[in-house]
Design a protein around this ligand. Structure first.
Ligand code: SF4
Ligand code: SF4
Length: 356
């Protein structure tokens, strides 16, 4: 994906459909036109980097890539220093391998273990785990208005994963799946191992163990991570997984093409009050459409929204725990880790929520 000027007719649909700004087709098209002519435009400071407009543009022009490029060139995109430092620190942190049983899956857990009990139960027994920033793709650079560091670091990350010698790696962080598939392709980086999304792994595991699955009969609202905008085909695998588990994904306003960001990049950019307002809209939409639980695919989305969902009466559930529930397993704690009292995690929550 990169902005394709030849495909853009300045129709303005991308910004007309943006959930975070107030443009119509005419004024939205004008913003895009100004950017293509090397001028600056208000959208650069208003955009929250959700990448949604790449999906809204049905001409395939990828307007978010233009916006990001201009945010980086002009330096006008603002975030908090702690959020920026978090991204930098993760990028530079080392990696380690926890070897499991030969023949069992290899999971890239990178830096996602911000929630306890993510990889427990029979689904994950005997797996090998790759952990640390060395294996994290750092797609998160886009959320501080930058793409050059991602471009610079992605080859190193692919090399680190290739050096492990595994030929198939299950990506647990949706960011990593997106970066090691679409972004690597865009940058001309060869990825010498098979990249699998953990939703595919869950789906295939439950299919292979269909005799153990007990349909849950639960109505859920799904919180889609922004990185999923780069790999929309994963949503079909998720629908299949929900169907196997007997879970009803409610058809609500802020799902699929119209999904809202969890607010992780919104609060550090536009302030906590704005970030909270979007979370409230999102959760209210889930309630209005009859959901009883909110299901998270990304641990950072869960960290950001689980308390608010719980307070509103929606049980926050992490996707791997939903799969365990479908297998009839008893969970060791709360389904999205709300009972976690580790001190270092409390600090991470504050940073992710833009409170520091
Ligand atoms: S990027 Fe796409 S949606 Fe936006 S103005 Fe151009 S053609 Fe229209
Ligand atoms: S990336 Fe998201 S917030 Fe930014 S302009 Fe596109 S749709 Fe709007």
């Amino acid at each position: 994906m990169a902005f394709n000027l030849a495909k853009c007719d300045y129709c303005g649909d991308c910004l007309d459909l943006c959930k975070y700004t107030d443009y119509d087709q005419k004024s939205g098209g004008e913003q895009i036109r100004r950017l293509t002519q090397g001028e600056t435009a208000e959208i650069l400071t208003e955009c929250v980097t959700c990448a949604g407009c790449n999906v809204y543009c049905d001409k395939g022009a990828n307007p978010f890539d233009l916006i990001l490029q201009c945010q980086e060139r002009t330096g006008v995109y603002e975030t908090t220093p702690t959020y920026y430092q978090l991204v930098e620190t993760i990028d530079q942190s080392p990696g380690e391998i926890a070897h499991g049983e030969a023949g069992k899956p290899v999971i890239n857990a990178c830096v996602v273990e911000v929630i306890p009990h993510l990889f427990e139960g029979e689904i994950f027994e005997g797996c090998t785990y790759l952990r640390g920033g060395a294996y994290e793709s750092m797609l998160a650079w886009i959320h501080v208005g930058k793409e050059a560091p991602l471009k610079k670091t992605l080859q190193t990350k692919v090399d680190a994963l290739a050096e492990t010698g595994f030929d198939e790696i299950v990506m647990f962080h949706d960011d990593c799946y997106a970066a090691y598939t679409t972004k690597a392709l865009e940058y001309g980086i060869h990825v010498p191992f098979k990249v699998i999304h953990y939703i595919e792994y869950l789906r295939d595991y439950l299919k292979a163990n269909a005799d153990k699955v007990r349909p849950l009969g639960l109505k859920v609202a799904y919180q889609q991570p922004c990185s999923n905008r780069y790999t929309p085909w994963i949503d079909q695998h998720l629908d299949e997984l929900f169907q196997i588990m007997g879970v009803d994904r409610v058809d609500r306003a802020y799902d699929r093409k119209n999904a809202l960001c969890c607010s992780s990049p919104v609060s550090p950019h536009l302030g906590n009050e704005t970030g909270e307002a979007y979370k409230t809209k999102n959760i209210q939409d889930a309630l209005d459409h009859g959901a009883k639980a909110m299901v998270f695919m990304c641990p950072f989305c869960a960290l950001q929204m689980r308390e608010e969902a719980d307070r509103a009466g929606l049980e926050p559930i992490f996707l791997t725990n939903l799969a365990r529930m479908a297998l009839g397993e008893k969970l060791p704690g709360q389904a999205a880790g709300l009972d976690d009292d580790r001190e270092q995690i409390a600090g991470a929550v504050q940073i992710v929520k833009g409170l520091l």
